[in-house]
Every structure is written in structure tokens, then in C-alpha cells.
Design a protein around this ligand. Structure first.
Ligand code: AMP
Ligand code: ZN
Length: 113
């Protein structure tokens, strides 16, 4: 499958890993939009949030527990951080492997769009 994030999981293309467990991987975004900008993904290929179902939904708990760890590791747990998921082209999704952006290290805009 030609999925860039699956290739990162398999180690076929490089990434700067910041956290990993058996189900979740996190690495630095290649084009950071904040001082801390981490991509958090399930190792399993799920295209987007529309493909979460009762069979695979437990991955969301793993991802959010990982996000808490990563916030601590990157020092934004106390200052605050934003978690973003883009679902679908119109929302700005460009990589079709479910991922959450963890953004922090600066004051965020009030705007969500
Ligand atoms: P999205 O627009 O929500 O699909 O976000 C995809 C994100 O993945 C963007 O912020 C990209 O900068 C980031 N990205 C794409 N390719 C890589 C890569 N090889 N390593 C790290 N981040 C990447
Ligand atoms: Zn994938």
C-alpha cells in the first residue's frame, strides 16, 4: 500500500520519533506549524476518522493516552496544547492514514478555521 505513514511505521522512510508503543507511533511533523508539532498515529492503517468503528475504536484511547505522555515529554503539558484531526479533503487532510496533530509551545489563534 502506498501510504507514507505506513512506510514510517515500517521504517521504510525516516522520521524523528518522539514516542512509540505497540499500537501508537509519534514523530515530528516535517513542516512544523508551532514550536512543538507532533504527528500521532495508530500503527494500524485507518484512513481517517470516518473509518473509526466499534471494532477499532479502542485505538483512540491508546492515542489519547500517548498524547498525554508526549505532551509531558515535549514540555507542553502545563502550558497547554491543541489536538487537531483533519478528516477528509475539505478539512485539509493530505495524508490518508488517521493522525492527530499535537501543537504547542506558543499561544494559539482563537480561530478554529
Ligand atoms: P494533514 O494535512 O492533516 O493530512 O497532515 C499531514 C501532515 O503530515 C502535514 O502537517 C505534513 O507536514 C506531515 N507530513 C507529511 N509527510 C511527512 C513525513 N514524511 N514526516 C513527517 N511529517 C509529514
Ligand atoms: Zn497507512
Amino acid at each position: 500500500m502506498d501510504c507514507i505513514f505506513c512506510k514510517i511505521v515500517k521504517g521504510e522512510i525516516p522520521s524523528t520519533k518522539v514516542y512509540e508503543n505497540d499500537r501508537v507511533l509519534a514523530f515530528k511533523d516535517i513542516h512544523p506549524q508551532a514550536p512543538v508539532h507532533i504527528i500521532v498515529i495508530p500503527k494500524e492503517h485507518i484512513p481517517d476518522a470516518e473509518h473509526i468503528n466499534s471494532e477499532n475504536a479502542s485505538i483512540l484511547a491508546d492515542i489519547f493516552l500517548a498524547i498525554k505522555e508526549i505532551a509531558k515529554l515535549t514540555g507542553v503539558n502545563e502550558s497547554g496544547y491543541r489536538i487537531i484531526n483533519n478528516c477528509g479533503k475539505a478539512a485539509g487532510q493530505t495524508v490518508f492514514h488517521l493522525h492527530f496533530h499535537l501543537l504547542g509551545g506558543k499561544s494559539m489563534s482563537d480561530s478554529m478555521v
